[in-house]
Unconditional design. Structure first.
Length: 256
């Protein structure tokens, strides 16, 4: 059961709430190599670890952490995102809250993860909160799936989105390097994990449309852009299957 109220996130962060099911069904997950790297940099296995997945959304990272044996508590501010997580993973403890004010006791977690969500926090508040909740020796892990703009078709798509909206949807410019905000005294370590997935064109477009840039521009404008994008991509992928390529940017810092 979740609390009835939670601290208020930004309107842009809450824009995902309107597409919670679409988000869960179309957004990419994360490769096993990412969790291997988390274990290496955290200095402990995920098996049995008390983990807190902050900004858990619909629970994409939550279920992968659980599959590695972590005992996960999810923290999510959005009501629709939290409802989807609870519906698909009813046995996961779920708290409504923000990373800037974690609803957790001191020293209660071995690992705190932010999958695609650290950039929605104020690090001046969220970092002290993470260090408060972590047990000594515990680790804070931040990561983002960044579309690999080294592939020409992804770079071209991002440019089309920029011309339309004034910003990208793939995250490379908006979140890349945010792990660098962690202070040097925490000795943050970084890894980059490359991976791909093959999905139907409809899934790729649903994934694209779940990004906040589309939610903030309104349904009619987003629908028109995605229709044009479908025609463009069918020229590149005539069989209707898109091979997406990502680089997961991971930063891990351990509490002394």
């Amino acid at each position: 059961m979740t609390p009835a109220t939670a601290p208020r996130p930004t309107s842009r962060a809450l824009s995902f709430d309107a597409v919670a099911d679409q988000y869960d069904e179309a957004r990419p997950g994360y490769p096993p190599a990412l969790f291997d790297a988390v274990e290496e940099l955290a200095g402990r296995p995920l098996q049995g670890a008390r983990a807190v997945d902050v900004g858990a959304g619909t629970g994409i990272a939550t279920r992968l952490l659980r599959a590695r044996g972590a005992r996960v508590t999810a923290v999510e501010p959005g009501p629709a995102m939290a409802e989807r997580l609870h519906r698909t993973q009813p046995d996961v403890p779920l708290l409504r809250g923000l990373g800037d004010a974690l609803p957790l006791a001191d020293g209660s977690a071995d690992l705190i993860t932010y999958a695609q969500s650290w950039h929605w926090t104020d690090p001046a508040r969220s970092l002290p909160e993470a260090l408060r909740v972590l047990t000594p020796g515990g680790a804070l892990a931040l990561w983002w799936n960044i579309a690999d703009a080294g592939l020409p078709w992804i770079a071209d798509q991002d440019e089309r989105i920029r011309r339309w909206s004034g910003e990208g949807a793939h995250g490379a410019h908006s979140v890349s390097g945010r792990g660098g905000e962690l202070p040097a005294e925490l000795n943050p370590a970084e890894r980059r994990v490359s991976w791909t997935r093959r999905v139907p064109l409809d899934t790729h477009l649903a994934h694209l449309g779940s990004h906040s840039v589309f939610r903030m521009h309104g349904e009619a404008a987003a629908t028109a852009f995605l229709a044009a994008e479908r025609a463009e991509l069918l020229r590149l992928f005539p069989d209707g299957t898109v091979e997406e390529a990502y680089v997961v940017e991971l930063t891990v810092a351990r509490r002394a």
